[in-house]
Design a protein around this ligand. Sequence first.
Ligand code: DX5
Ligand code: ZN
Length: 219
Amino acid sequence: ARTPLISPSILSADFAHLGEEIRAIDEAGCDWIHVDVMDGHFVPNITIGPAVVKALRPHTDKPFDVHLMISPVDAYLDAFADAGADIITVHPEAGPHIHRTLQHIRSLGKKAGVVLNPGTSESALDYIIDDVDLVLVMSVNPGFGGQSFIDSQLRKIEAIRKRIDATGRDIHLEVDGGVDAKTAPLCVDAGADVLVAGTATFRGGPDHYATNIKALRGE
Ligand code: DX5
Ligand code: ZN
């Protein structure tokens, strides 16, 4: 199987030292940096906004993979783009107009991602696959780090891999939630090429980040 890109979720970092944490995962060899934005409305937790993304931007050159769990979402796209997001990923349920939202993200010069909750079918892609650069499969219900991987999502990853290959385009297939050294190879075998990992990256503190990231890659 191919080697996946690793996108550590900073939700599991030390929020009192986020700049240092980002530099540490950068030096430890991560590929992207996954930023979980939650509003206490679309999901039952509150995290960070564009001001924090902007403050973190000078600390690394790696792509910011920004996962928006906020509703309504459209009014905040420009702010996250300006703050330094490279990929902006949105939930169809956070609408009300997913197609328009994806076009808006691309009009800002950013990569557009769509994210499917565990209970959302891959058929949500039917009329938007040409408008996305990335599909994110949630393997937990969004809101919190440290939850267990939901196995049924592997079938969805396989189905989406087939759809992506049929387009002939280079669309990333990313998995988020409960990804660790055990579940990572299952995701890659099912067709994922980017893995988000919070708990499994930050476990043990900075001395362990490089080893943790290697383990996720299967190295
Ligand atoms: C959940 C977030 C995830 C989460 C992953 O709503 O989207 O990115 O931080 O955390 P782990 O890897 O600990 O499951
Ligand atoms: Zn996420």
